[in-house]
Design a protein around this ligand. Structure first.
Ligand code: IMP
Ligand code: MG
Length: 181
């Protein structure tokens, strides 16, 4: 199947992604039917495509906001991140859905959940496009997920390798000879 020269195989097609998002959106719309204050927070840049499609598939009112993080390793410690672009609005008293592209070790998510919980949202849950739970190091609560994935490096539909490939409309496995991770 023609896809892209850097892709070993397509894991999920555009159609499969949209079908999962529709199902997830229905569940989220039901779960949050009684809140007027849902805020979806996208973590830049990986979750942008997912959040855009998910939000448009909801049948309830929502607002969206974004934050951006960067990894830093002061003492070679893995999983430390810093917020480099913060939310525009307060989340105090709001029902917050944190939208992620992929949860791998869970260390990034653990940091984000701690930082956001300090701002006293009414509730805080996680929705991720991809979950690679075989590599989990931190025990983080994930309420909504589109796909569980194997231990391969995935690009497309927002996910990057060195900032490239985000625009591919499908989720694919990057050819291993290209991946130096
Ligand atoms: P964690 O802290 O190990 O859960 O790392 C999550 C972050 O690592 C994600 O937000 C991605 O930016 C990046 N990442 C992990 N696995 C992949 C992958 O397969 N493709 C692209 N980015 C990835
Ligand atoms: Mg990334």
């Amino acid at each position: 199947m023609p896809s892209h020269p850097d892709i070993e195989k397509i894991l999920f097609t555009q159609e499969e992604i949209q079908a999962r998002i529709a199902a997830l959106a229905e569940q989220i719309s039901t779960d949050y039917a009684n809140t007027a204050d849902l805020v979806m927070i996208g973590v830049l840049k990986g979750s942008v495509f997912f959040l855009a499609d998910l939000a448009r598939a909801l049948s309830i009112h929502t607002r969206i906001d974004f934050l951006s993080i960067t990894p830093f390793h002061p003492a070679g410690e893995p999983g430390l991140v810093r917020i480099v672009k913060d939310l525009d609005a307060s989340i105090e008293g709001k029902d917050v859905l944190l939208v992620e592209d992929i949860i791998d070790t869970g260390l990034t998510l653990r940091y984000l959940l701690r930082a956001l919980n300090e701002r006293r949202p009414r509730s805080l849950h996680v929705c991720t496009l991809l979950d690679r739970s075989v590599r989990r190091l931190a025990d983080v609560p994930v309420r909504y997920r589109c796909f569980e994935i194997p231990d391969r490096f995935i690009v497309g539909y927002g996910l990057d390798y060195q900032q490239g490939h985000r625009h591919l409309p499908f989720l694919g496995v990057l050819k291993s000879e290209l991946f130096r991770g």
